[in-house]
Ligand binder design. Sequence first.
Ligand SMILES: Cc1cc2nc3c(=O)[nH]c(=O)nc-3n(C[C@H](O)[C@H](O)[C@H](O)COP(=O)(O)OP(=O)(O)OC[C@H]3O[C@@H](n4cnc5c(N)ncnc54)[C@H](O)[C@@H]3O)c2cc1C
Ligand code: FES
Length: 278
Amino acid sequence: MVKNEYLMYPARVEKIQKESFDTKTFKVVFEDKKMAKSFHYKPGQFVELSLLGIGEAPISITSSPSRKEFLEFTIRTMGKLTQAMHQLKPGDRIYIRGPYGNSFPFEEVKGEDLYFITGGIGLPPLRSVINSVFDNREAFGKVKILYGAKTPDELCFKEELNSWQGMTDTEVLLTVDRPDEEWKGNVGVVTTLWDKTDIGPQGIAYVCGPPIMIRFVMEKLMGTGFKGENIYVSLERYMKCGIGKCGHCNIGEKFVCIDGPVFSFTQLKEFPEKERAI
Ligand SMILES: Cc1cc2nc3c(=O)[nH]c(=O)nc-3n(C[C@H](O)[C@H](O)[C@H](O)COP(=O)(O)OP(=O)(O)OC[C@H]3O[C@@H](n4cnc5c(N)ncnc54)[C@H](O)[C@@H]3O)c2cc1C
Ligand code: FES
């Protein structure tokens, strides 16, 4: 029988967590119990998430494969689909196909120090790796999370950031562009956190965020002495099919949906500068 690669599976929204004025995290469970058990994914992968009659969009899985039988997605309102997602209530139905794309290195970096450097809505895909690391804490070296947002409200996973800070050999450094009255932390772009801690040059760096942030973080990491093959970036491109058929997401000769979304900096440098957009 021919397998339908576009087949979507129904899932129910179980819980909705407001992260900020425009971002919510959805915990969902497949309606089919067998599907819930057999849906395997790796940190960094995404799904095509849809609402019938409204649309479909690629969304990163923010939960960790080490925490089974549910999925979490953190979604910022952009257009039709994401605005409709924000109207959902617990019990409502969504559709999922995937998982798609490659993943962040995990097994192969055991024993290494890990640096997660991110901005805004870039934290959700990295959270999948971060919680996988914390669920296997003794297998990795030190962990540093450098996270920036425009305002304190726009920091995602506020409670979890606190709990990560308490993990063994872990440092969480936060910064915002525009502080409010209660903010006592760093003010400035994420690269200003370099002066507050020791970073590399040994270890693995995971980077996700807006293109401008990625560009400046890359410069900093290279300036600190990181090797290009030890820096991993998750890219966003306009996507349609998610499975390498439509050609919407190409960058050089690669498709971000199947060859990415995760690329090492060494790979990125081989792409035409105009197309890599960072
Ligand atoms: C691999 C991957 C993972 C993603 N993970 C998440 C996630 O975890 N959470 C999340 O909130 N979003 C994520 N996105 C982004 C999300 O898929 C898009 O914002 C999507 O377009 C939203 O659909 P929509 O129907 O709400 O908006 P649309 O109506 O499709 O778009 C709204 C506006 O954004 C523009 N646009 C759409 N996509 C892009 C793009 N990639 N780059 C630049 N402009 C764009 C459109 O042209 C339009 O102006 C991810 C994208 C990719 C490729
Ligand atoms: S989204 Fe269709 S080829 Fe990548």
